[in-house]
Design a protein around this ligand. Sequence first.
Ligand SMILES: *Cc1c(COP(=O)(O)O)cnc(C)c1O
Length: 460
Amino acid sequence: MTTPRILPSIDRLRQRPLVRALEAEYGGEAALEALRKAADRVRGELGGADATSIRDREEAAAAIERHAATALAARLEPSLTTVINATGVVVHTNLGRAPLAAAAAARVAALAAGYTNLEYDLAGGGRGARHTHAARLLTQVTGAPAAVVVNNNAAAVLLVLAALANGREAVVSRGELVEIGGGFRIPDILRQSGAELREVGTTNRTRIADYAAAVNDRTALILRVHPSNFRIEGFTARPGLEELVALGRRSGVPVVEDLGSGQLTEVPTGGVDEPSVAASVRAGAAVCCFSGDKLLGGPQAGIIVGEEEPLARVRRHPLMRALRVDKMTYAALEATLAEHARGRARAAVPVVRMLAARADEIDARARALADRLAGHAVFEADVVDGVSTVGGGGAPGSALPTKLVRLAPRTHSASRLEKRLRGLRPPVIARIEQDRVLLDLRTVPTEQDEPLATILLGLV
Ligand SMILES: *Cc1c(COP(=O)(O)O)cnc(C)c1O
């Protein structure tokens, strides 16, 4: 029978080459603590009722070493990790929204580790302005004369309201006092900005006359919010942007539009037909805000485009300093915008490519995967019709026809299988319908088809 007497002392353990290596890699103190905990664990195993394979001092030392090495590695394990998005939700907020274009990721890698001219004027040899980056490309792709980038679209809306409407009134339709998700509520943002909310109309119908009656000498702006995550149907009315702009011009009040998803041009992306930034600029909105990581397919960012004068006030506002972005955001955004400007977004920007993917293309990949999985011990796989969604507060109600790989577990429940898929490396995120696990390859990059098949085949 084994006894705790075969446990080596900590001093002895510290003479072993692997322990020395652990000390060198993780620091002496962390290694010591891990050794003590590992020794306690092995002591427990030796003294416990369960059978143990540890028979002598060498085996005990090796077990302690192994436990300590695992624990030390786990301490430094990053929590943020790659997952395979097989949900079919393209702009999936919980999964980090837009995967970056290859050119954008490469640009981040190229700039991140070194110094840059982030706030340095290379021509003049002195301090430059951060906000010049991405601005030229943004004005090019949207047609607006000026642009500013902040941390996300919630920040963009907050900053615009703070800079343009603090202490004065912002006129908003009751049909647009929306919550976007993650606690972004238009009335709350207005309050935080110091603007006073002037509600007009009703939930389902607001007419231009309602706006006209509300505009007075305390009105700073008319705010129009795109209902990104819901649709009101039936007996509804909402003035066109042109009508609002015409009213604003008569009364000397700018129209600010929160577009949300950031579809750049009118060309619908796949089956998605969101209002475009270019159309709003052309219709005369003084300022438009949208996200960088929804339909634009770039990094998390809030983009503000519009006329020079209001944007100059936005840049000068003290909150600008708190909401500004770093070099990695500019690097990724400039590279993404360049793909749009070249007309290459459909080929090069993953969000756009995924939205544009046709069901027959997805069908061929789904069949290939189902064939690879034929005869799997854990589940039966076949291909069925389904729908993908845009997600992330973009294009409510748009449903993109797709083909799904359907996994029917042979013994356990679908929820147990779905959980096991989440436990794979990399985790596979799927959805469940009618006690079946569904995989939608629309949101899986083609180059992940093979690794996905391999890890699914490894499931036993
Ligand atoms: C998504 C969205 C926001 C919030 O944008 P974030 O980039 O997530 O901060 C604000 N307004 C609208 C209309 C949206 O769709």
